[in-house]
Design a protein around this ligand. Structure first.
Ligand code: FE2
Length: 158
């Protein structure tokens, strides 16, 4: 997992991650810190196993660490967070040891983790992991949350 830790330790990653933590310090809705990133990665790996595929952990963890990094920029009125995350990932990934093909796959996962569209394979697992990582049933801010009712996780998912 050396390449994943290179992402984590990358100065541009740390700069944006710390800014994101500061900006979400008083946020009552879902936050996008390290716990969320690791929940997404672990759940995506589990979903891949369940689909009969061997998960590429370094690729999945890399995408999970980066997928919401653009949130700080979005909070400041910049691009949507998936666009912002893509811009940052394109600057960070070349320094982290992933092949060109792996970088493209990570960017694809980041770029497709939101919105309504057809997904299959790993992209579908990653999308599900991002949504199912949230414990709406235990969230005090759930009644005020903008997520559509059918999207909210109302119980522990197995
Ligand atoms: Fe997320």
């Amino acid at each position: 997992m050396e390449r994943v830790n290179r992402i984590w330790n990358h100065p541009l990653y740390q700069e944006n991650f710390r800014l994101l933590l500061l900006m979400e310090a008083d946020r009552k809705f879902c936050c996008h810190g390290l716990s969320h990133c690791l929940d997404v990665a672990r759940l995506a790996c589990l979903l891949e196993w369940e689909a009969g595929r061997r998960p590429d952990k370094e690729l999945i963890y890399g995408a999970a660490l980066l997928h919401d990094l653009g949130r700080a920029g979005e909070y400041q009125g910049g691009a949507s967070h998936e666009e912002g995350s893509l811009i940052l990932a394109k600057q960070i990934l070349p320094d982290c040891g992933y092949s060109e093909e792996e970088q493209k796959e990570i960017l694809k996962l980041i770029g497709s983790h939101r919105g309504v569209r057809e997904r299959e394979g790993l992209a579908a697992s990653f999308f599900r992991a991002d949504k199912e990582s949230r414990c709406c049933f235990a969230c005090p801010a759930e009644p005020e949350c903008h997520w559509a009712e059918e999207k909210k996780n109302k119980s522990i998912l197995l």
